[in-house]
Ligand binder design. Structure first.
Ligand SMILES: *Cc1c(COP(=O)(O)O)cnc(C)c1O
Length: 353
């Protein structure tokens, strides 16, 4: 059956092989299932997590719990810090499959007073400076843990490699000196995590227990497992100087307007995501006084082996792309490659081969 719209085509066997390789190489893997589901959707990732056999996944917010809990049967960590004034977060604290993240001392007091020994991770402030309790307040944390089902410490490190390992080590030591529990880390490569576990365990001891949260590297790590395409919806021949589009822009040269599926509702913005390509093409276009000089922006659509220019900014569900006359235009119904940033994209369909 023909597809129309924006399509993510997945080589299912190779994708799952990649997921298993990451799983095998990542101690205590916690798949992160949040946001737009990395282009696949939350339900799909919950399903894949279940077949990967992990015991726990992490969602971003309380609003995402319902989308995964009937599909994935294990534990669900909520990454956004718990707040006493978030009613849904308070309700979920009583749910035996939920693990709440607590990132402020005042919230740790509130959730301890809540009763029923909710399951919690305590977050430490890192150089990210996003959420977390500073190590200077750790002495006040220890007594509160007695009223909670303490599941471990969470440490969200920046992606930048410089200084990451020493920071992970320093914070982990401070945490373990306060209370013993697994360390839940993000953005520490598996080799560094294994080294850290051994180092924290000491020469004689068992390696420290680590859990590693992974989103992008797991779900999107192997680009060769997928392609993204868009359907050609219409093609019109145009001459230089004619006008076209919502904004009635002047067509810069003779050629074709190719109307392709995909627009702002798919997360297709004004610019192609790969700036390196656009910078080079941009330099060429400026040098030759061509389309960019005419005020056009490079699109993420490839037609005739090259990224083409938007005639005007994308609309909700389709885009007008200009193709010069020396090219053979595609025909209606053709699929053309489109480069999507899958952490912001919404595709119309996923086809798994
Ligand atoms: C989103 C998130 C992750 C996953 O990040 P990726 O870069 O997609 O792997 C890990 N940890 C925390 C705390 C997050 O919020």
């Amino acid at each position: 059956m023909a597809v129309t719209g924006v399509t993510l085509r997945l080589d299912g066997a190779r994708w799952r092989e990649h997921l298993h390789v990451v799983r095998g190489a990542t101690p205590g893997l916690i798949p992160v299932v949040k946001g737009n589901g990395y282009g696949y959707g939350l339900a799909r990732l919950a399903e894949e997590s279940a077949s990967l056999g992990v015991d726990t996944i992490a969602v971003g917010t309380v609003h995402e719990v319902d989308a995964v809990r009937d599909i994935f049967g294990g534990d669900i960590v909520i990454l956004t810090p718990w707040r006493a004034d978030n009613q849904r977060a308070v309700e979920l604290a009583d749910d035996p499959r939920i693990i709440s993240t607590v990132s402020r001392l005042s919230d740790l007091r509130s959730i301890a007073e809540h009763g029923g020994r909710p399951r919690v991770l305590v977050e430490l402030l890192t150089s990210m400076r996003r959420h977390g309790i500073p190590t200077t307040e750790l002495t006040e944390v220890a007594p509160l843990l007695e009223q909670l089902d303490f599941r471990g410490w969470t440490i969200h490190l920046p992606i930048r490699a410089e200084g990451r390992y020493p920071e992970a080590e320093k914070l982990s030591r401070a945490a373990l000196a306060t209370a013993v529990g697994p360390l839940w880390l993000s953005h520490l490569p598996p080799e560094e995590a294994a080294a850290l576990a051994r180092q924290l365990g000491g020469a004689e001891g068992e390696p420290a227990a680590l859990r590693l949260r992974v989103g992008t590297r797991l779900w999107l790590g192997d680009e060769s497992t997928r392609t993204t395409t868009a359907t050609v919806l219409d093609v019109h021949q145009v001459r230089r100087g004619e006008r076209a589009g919502y904004r009635q822009r002047v067509v810069p040269a003779d050629g074709w307007i190719v109307v392709v599926a995909g627009g702002t509702s798919h997360g297709i913005g004004l610019e192609a995501p790969t700036s390196a390509v656009s910078m080079r093409q941009r330099a060429i276009s400026v040098a030759t006084g061509s389309l960019e000089a005419a005020g056009l922006a490079l699109s993420p659509y490839t037609i005739g082996g090259k990224k083409r220019w938007f005639l005007e900014p994308p609309h909700m569900q389709s885009s007008l792309v200009f193709l010069p006359r020396n090219q053979t235009p595609p025909v209606i119904g053709d699929e053309v490659p489109v480069e999507l940033r899958l952490t912001i994209a919404t595709v119309d369909q996923i086809v798994t081969d």
